[in-house]
Write a protein that binds this ligand. Structure first.
Ligand code: PLP
Length: 440
């Protein structure tokens, strides 16, 4: 019986005191580390913006910074034509499709975007998904069966690994970008097994390219299918902007390409470009396609407008390439050699997590926003500042940013170096048969 001081079972305070069975999740070491960074004022993640991700972006604190931390590679996310197309789609089709593609969620706009994407890649089909993550999940979970072995580059995007894990096949990792490691694994396969090799065309955290010509060669030799994630290649690499698959001349030897609209296409969503057979499989049974609401009309409208601009304004790609080369050269000249790569993503090594966070903060305070990348996005101790160029950056933006980033990394590295010299212990030379005292 209640004595008037104890809250009854349905009162809010009783609910507040209820033991949370999920509380042990707070012990997650990565979550704890993020909390600690926030507590120390060194948080580098989820920094709010107050405007579109343009070359110069307004941040949540009201300050403008050079934005080298967005994937708006072609600079189309703030383009009036793309915004207008999104608004038109919103007006015509409403704010939501309110259903799956297989029920009520297909608009004429979805179909048009699929036709134009398939045309751009020269594939039989394109299937839209509501994100780039879902493109990889839909493809790999559906196209690979129990007799397949999926050979996945160790550094492929998390969604490639998740898609492989969600398939009924056996997943085998090979060493990042190592043709030798892939060949060894292919050689060991049971000849009855079906092999599927899955890689990123451009690695998102470092900007490295996959050695696609050699990988395609191996796939031909071993009869393996090849799947390439072109999230960071679309609109950036290749004469027509089709990505690393085009740049390396392997497009017609690839079985499926996945793309994300959240980079060059200034929107959100994804697609699988592939054969009619694989597309039909996805449309029939992929969970992210069948059981999830269709992409919202505004996103489809924006992506379609951006795709048309990507194709009709090749000069954007040229400017983007020039900007990438300029920033790489400026960084190298100032002593911060970036990770070798090509394209819009440029990674400056920082190593230790604390150095990465400190360098990020210094750059941010000096007016340059970049991405601080640490474990688990990269291996432990291999942190980088990730800089992503846009077609709309000017040479002045990039020169200023290079200077700021190089200074920030240098200062953070020096600040992390131990200042006290290690104590020199005079260890006497032992005489034969004598044991030295322990040196602490
Ligand atoms: C290589 C790669 N694939 C897929 C994705 C997922 O794209 P989305 O953000 O559209 O889900 C990303 C996102 O950053 C990526 O870098």
């Amino acid at each position: 019986m209640s004595d008037g001081r104890t809250a009854g079972p349905s009162s809010p305070s009783a609910v507040g005191r209820r033991r949370d069975p999920f509380a042990p999740l707070l012990d997650n070491p990565l979550a704890a580390r993020l909390r600690e960074h926030d507590r120390l004022g060194a948080g580098t993640h989820a920094v709010p913006t107050g405007g579109a991700p343009e070359a110069i972006t307004v941040y949540g604190d009201g300050r403008k910074r050079v934005n080298l931390g967005s994937n708006n590679y072609l600079g189309l996310a703030g383009d009036p034509r793309v915004i207008e197309a999104a608004v038109d789609a919103l007006r015509q089709y409403g704010s939501s499709t309110a259903g799956s593609r297989v029920l009520n969620g297909t608009t004429r706009l979805h179909l048009t975007l699929e036709v134009e994407l398939a045309d751009h890649y020269g594939t039989e089909a394109a299937v839209l998904t509501s994100s780039g993550v879902n493109a990889n999940l839909a493809l790999l979970s559906t196209a690979c069966g129990p007799d397949d072995v999926l050979l996945v580059d160790a550094h492929a995007h998390a969604s490639v690994h998740a898609g492989a894990g969600a398939s009924r096949g056996t997943v085998v990792r090979f060493r990042h970008n190592s043709v030798e490691s892939l060949a060894q694994r292919l050689e060991r396969l049971d000849p009855q097994a079906g092999a599927v090799v899955a890689v990123d065309g451009v690695y998102s955290m470092t900007g490295e390219l996959a050695p696609l010509a050699e990988i395609a060669e191996l796939c031909d030799r071993f009869g393996a299918r090849l799947v390439v994630d072109e999230a960071h290649g679309l609109g950036v690499l290749g004469a027509q902007g089709r990505g690393a698959v085009e740049r390396t001349g392997v497009l017609d030897r690839v079985d499926a390409v996945t793309v994300a609209f959240s980079k060059s296409l200034a929107s959100v969503g994804g697609a699988v470009l592939t054969s009619r057979a694989v597309a039909e499989g996805i449309r029939a049974s992929a969970v992210p396609y069948v059981f999830s609401a269709a992409n919202d009309p505004a996103s489809v409208g924006a992506a379609l407008a951006a795709l048309r601009l990507l194709r009709s304004e090749p000069e954007r790609r040229e400017r983007l390439r020039g900007n990438g080369e300029l920033l790489r050269a400026e960084l190298a000249a100032a002593g911060a050699e970036p990770v070798p790569g090509r394209g819009a993503v440029i990674a400056v090594p920082t190593g230790d997590e604390e150095v990465t966070a400190d360098a990020w903060r210094r750059a941010y305070d000096a007016g340059v926003y970049v991405n601080a990348v640490a474990y688990p996005a990269v291996p432990r101790g291999k942190g980088v500042l990730r800089l992503s160029v846009m077609a709309t950056h000017t040479a002045e933006h990039l020169r200023y940013a290079a200077e700021v980033v190089v200074d920030a990394v240098r200062a953070a590295t020096e600040a992390a170096e131990p200042t006290a010299q290690p104590e020199v212990v005079d260890v006497p030379t032992p005489r034969v048969g004598e044991t030295l005292p322990a040196v602490a």
